[in-house]
Design a protein around this ligand. Structure first.
Ligand SMILES: [Zn+2]
Length: 468
């Protein structure tokens, strides 16, 4: 069945992250498709007049629309009457809406991003039930059709983010498949809105929740490639649920050197998985590089090193014996009567490690909000040479590093880990701009100030740092 498109335009001065909003709308919906309008939206008049303003915009819409379900124009300009939005139908019976975010802050503490997400769902809901409009008989249902009689009700509408059973029943139409599919999407979108409720900005919520994704790095001998492929079918479920992001070296040419690309990947991983066989144990490459880094990571924080025994080998006579191995009883995957049982057992073991890491990250996200770093220059920065091309001031560089280490204060970090893993944490993307040397100087200075402590890694001799 053909999908329905919702096309969205905004004026330049509307401070919302429309690309992010559209991306999430599309990820959440199963039927509807949301797109950003290509033409530029610019409204000439200072004040909007319901029908007149919409008719002016019809030409923009007809330039590029093909069977849109609806078109939405977003502006900061106020209406001459008291509404957030107005809609009309064009000659093709498509609905056009104009949404005004004027004086938004006086009606709610939620951000405009959250507001736009809510309005889109609200407008879709109204479109499904044009005859009944809002029902205000029973406010206790907290239904989306209860709200918006007054502008101040926007806050309640966003907070409850629900559609009551009787409205669902009324709207559900077995005959009209399109209607039922849109209703289903509305329910999914409201659930998404509800999950974001404790944040005033829904885009901030998305960025925090995407940080919970666990990164997997696979290390294996090329001879064992088929085992990796088999296992990935099990990991796929975790990937689809948004729990993990996986990476292995199949993009690299065999024999290619241990390069910075692999190094960065392994330093940003949360779980490093080794597929063990006689071949992988014999690989100098794996032993000298990947294993060394994995050990160092394991010493620093809650990175999990998970050896999976795929074929019988002498793993117990190597460093891998220090780790919890999978399958749990140490019986190699290829010696199980049914390989599927072996992989299922391995996948369940991996899931436990993923859950532990997600919990640890969430705990840290909560505390990160409370951490303040004093706003002063800690020391004489003149003696430290920085790359002047960067747009960060020296003071802010120290503050970012210190704030990062304080946020994740129970873990040790080496320099590449701060740059690669740290820069992927919410609020710390600037860490990617640091060079190794620069970061080293900052850490040394912070240590002199007793704000940071260091120790030598017993595995690699590299220095590891932690906030005091
Ligand atoms: Zn209702």
């Amino acid at each position: 069945m053909e999908k329905k498109t919702i096309r969205i335009y905004k004026e330049d001065d509307v401070e919302i992250e429309l690309t992010q909003i559209i991306k999430q709308l599309n990820e959440t919906s199963e039927y509807l498709t949301f797109v950003k309008g290509k033409s530029k939206l610019s409204i000439e008049t200072e004040t909007l007049t319901h029908r007149k303003s919409l008719e002016d915009l019809e030409s923009i819409q007809s330039n590029e629309s093909t069977d849109n379900l609806l078109t939405l124009f977003i502006t900061n300009k106020p209406y001459d009457d008291n509404y957030f939005f107005h809609g009309i139908k064009n000659h093709r019976k498509e609905r056009i809406f104009l949404l005004s975010l004027a004086h938004w802050d006086s009606y709610t503490t939620y951000s405009k991003n959250t507001g736009v997400f809510y309005f889109i769902v609200d407008i879709l809901a109204l479109g499904l039930d044009e005859t009944n409009d809002r029902h205000d008989k029973d406010k206790t249902t907290k239904c989306i059709y209860n709200f918006m009689q007054k502008k101040s009700e926007i806050e309640d509408g966003i907070k409850s983010a629900t559609i009551c059973d009787s409205c669902q029943e009324r709207i559900m139409d077995e005959e009209d498949e399109t209607k039922s599919k849109i209703l289903n999407d509305i329910i999914l979108l409201l659930e998404e809105l509800k999950k974001s409720n404790s944040y005033n900005d829904i885009v901030e919520y998305w960025s925090l929740s995407s940080n919970e994704q666990v990164k997997l790095f696979f290390s294996y001998a090329h001879e064992d490639r088929e085992y990796l492929n088999e296992f990935k079918d099990y990991v796929k479920i975790f990937e689809r649920n948004g729990l993990v992001e996986q990476w292995d070296d199949n993009e690299l040419v065999v024999g290619e050197k241990w390069d910075s690309k692999i190094k960065d990947k392994i330093y940003s991983a949360d779980i490093v998985i080794f597929l063990l066989s006689a071949s992988s144990l014999a690989s100098d490459y794996i032993y000298n590089h990947e294993l060394k880094v994995a050990f160092e990571l394991n010493e620093m924080d809650e990175v999990y090193v998970i050896p999976i025994i795929i074929k019988d080998c002498l793993w117990d006579m190597t460093e891998f014996s220090e780790f919890q191995i999978l399958p749990l009883d140490g019986k190699a995957v290829n010696s199980w009567r049914l390989k599927e049982e072996a992989w299922t057992s391995v996948a369940r073991g991996l899931k436990k490690a993923i859950d532990n890491i997600i919990v640890a990250k969430q705990e840290n996200i909560k505390s990160a909000e409370d951490i303040e770093v004093e706003d002063k220059i800690f020391f004489d920065t003149n003696k430290i040479l920085f790359d002047d091309k960067q747009d960060l001031t020296e003071t802010s560089k120290y503050k970012i590093v210190l704030k990062f280490l304080k946020t994740y204060s129970r873990w040790w970090f080496n320099i590449p880990r701060i740059i690669n893993w740290g820069s992927e944490r919410n609020g710390f993307s600037e860490l990617k701009k640091f060079t190794n040397d620069e970061l080293k100087k900052i850490l040394q200075e912070l240590e002199k100030e007793n704000k940071v402590q260091s120790k030598k890694s017993s595995k690699s001799n590299n220095l590891l740092y932690r906030a005091v």
